[in-house]
Design a binder for this molecule. Structure first.
Ligand SMILES: Cc1ncc(COP(=O)(O)O)c(C=O)c1O
Length: 397
């Protein structure tokens, strides 16, 4: 049966590769298994979510508006304006915001919106940070672009070096996926960095998509955002889109609710494309999302709980494995020499499942896989579980 040949270029799904690696490994200890491989929030979302869903139970029979209800878009605009100190009136709920069924589908579909057949006299390029969230690479590949991997390593502060991207690549670039706070390294792009990325997008006529789905889980100052960078540059949101989600902010990954905001021309075309291939967000979910974007108390509590988890991590393994407190997000990116070996050892001798860093990165353009020496741990469990997990990690590694 002939299938889309582009499928052959998709890399192994990291969790499939992990299952293969650990398939025959049986833990030798009686400890309860702890899965730190998956970035799934473990906190309960606030009661507000279930209450609002229940209060809108009469709406399940209706087809929801693709772009989001006016109430949801208004709540999002108010949140963005507060969060990124945007001038009042900069964002118009009718023109700058689109509701998404979680950011994953929007990030994926974006590539088919903005990747042309050719760009700059050659095959179009999609810039992907390396390590990366696998959707960027998958979306670029399926849209027929050449993904160009920008290594984000310790030597460049775990953020792609913008100045090192060759001009010939920038001229062919149609889309740049940037993630801040970054999964997996937790690095936050500074406002200056974001401004430079926006300026590059405008100079070389490509779309900058900034995945900010971890923006509300941070250790120190709130991470700046792409729209804030646009406001600082003062030229509107031309060529820039920011993606946000309730999955992490409100521990509501199952709700499937996020949004994209920015360039009004792109948003209008995105809305059109999504009416063919996107997922509508059900009306009760839109109502619950409206309530969640309007509430900050549960977000502050959530953030404080993550900070305590990182206190536990720091007390247990600080000073080892290149430990640093991530500026944002909820992952630890630990230098263990060889990520696969450490992963097998942790599962066999401590019943702890982690992700080898190399599975979320790739060797590209003649360079080594920049994740090979790392493991990624999701620091999401309750404090007692984490205390036990880090004690086991110390024992085994
Ligand atoms: C970097 C990054 N972007 C986007 C997503 C997708 O999140 P959602 O579709 O739940 O909004 C994830 C989920 O793990 C992620 O890690």
């Amino acid at each position: 049966m002939p299938l889309n040949p582009q499928l052959d270029d998709l890399s192994d799904y990291p969790f499939e590769a992990l299952r293969t690696l650990l398939g025959r490994v049986v833990p030798r200890v009686n400890d309860a298994p702890i899965a730190m491989s998956l970035g799934e929030p473990q906190h309960q979302p606030p009661a507000l979510l279930a209450e609002t869903l229940a209060a809108h139970a009469q709406d399940w029979n209706k087809y929801p508006p693709m772009a989001g209800t006016p109430e949801l878009r208004q709540a999002i605009v108010e949140w963005l304006t507060r969060r990124y100190r945007l001038g009042g009136g900069m964002l118009d709920p009718d023109r700058h915001v689109l509701s998404l069924a979680g950011t994953k589908e929007g990030l994926y579909l974006l590539a088919s919106l903005v990747v042309p057949r050719r760009k700059g006299g050659g095959r179009p390029v999609v810039l992907v940070p390396n390590p990366y969230y696998l959707v960027y690479n998958g979306a670029a590949t399926m849209a027929g672009a050449d993904p160009v991997f920008l290594d984000a390593t310790q030597s460049n502060g775990f953020m792609p070096d913008l100045a090192a991207i060759p001009r010939s690549v920038l001229e062919r670039t149609a889309l740049f996926y940037l993630c801040s706070p970054a999964n997996p390294q937790g690095t936050v792009a500074s406002l200056d960095y974001l401004k430079q990325a926006v300026a590059l997008a405008r100079l070389y006529d490509f779309v900058l998509a900034v995945d900010e789905c971890y923006a509300e889980i941070y250790d120190g100052a709130p991470p700046p955002g792409a729209l804030e960078a646009c406001a600082a540059l003062g030229d509107g949101f031309d060529r820039v889109l920011a993606f946000h989600s309730l999955s992490k902010r409100s521990s509501a990954a199952g709700l499937r609710s996020g949004f994209v905001a920015g360039d009004s021309r792109l948003i209008a075309q995105f809305a059109q494309l999504r009416s063919y291939g996107g997922c509508q967000v059900p009306l009760p979910v839109q109502a619950a999302s409206t309530a969640l974007w309007r509430d900050e108390a549960h977000v502050e509590e959530n953030r404080a709980r993550y900070r305590r988890k990182f206190d536990i991590a720091e007390a247990a393994i600080g000073g080892n494995f290149g430990f640093y407190r991530p500026q944002g997000g909820f992952f630890l990116w630990l230098d263990v020499g060889d990520g696969e070996t450490a992963t097998v050892r942790l599962w066999r001798d401590a019943a702890i499942r982690v992700l080898p860093g190399g599975y979320t990165a790739r060797a590209a353009h003649g360079r080594d896989n920049p994740g090979r020496q790392y493991i990624r741990l999701a620091v999401v469990h309750d404090e007692a579980t984490l205390t036990a997990a880090f004690a086991r990690i110390r024992r085994v590694l």
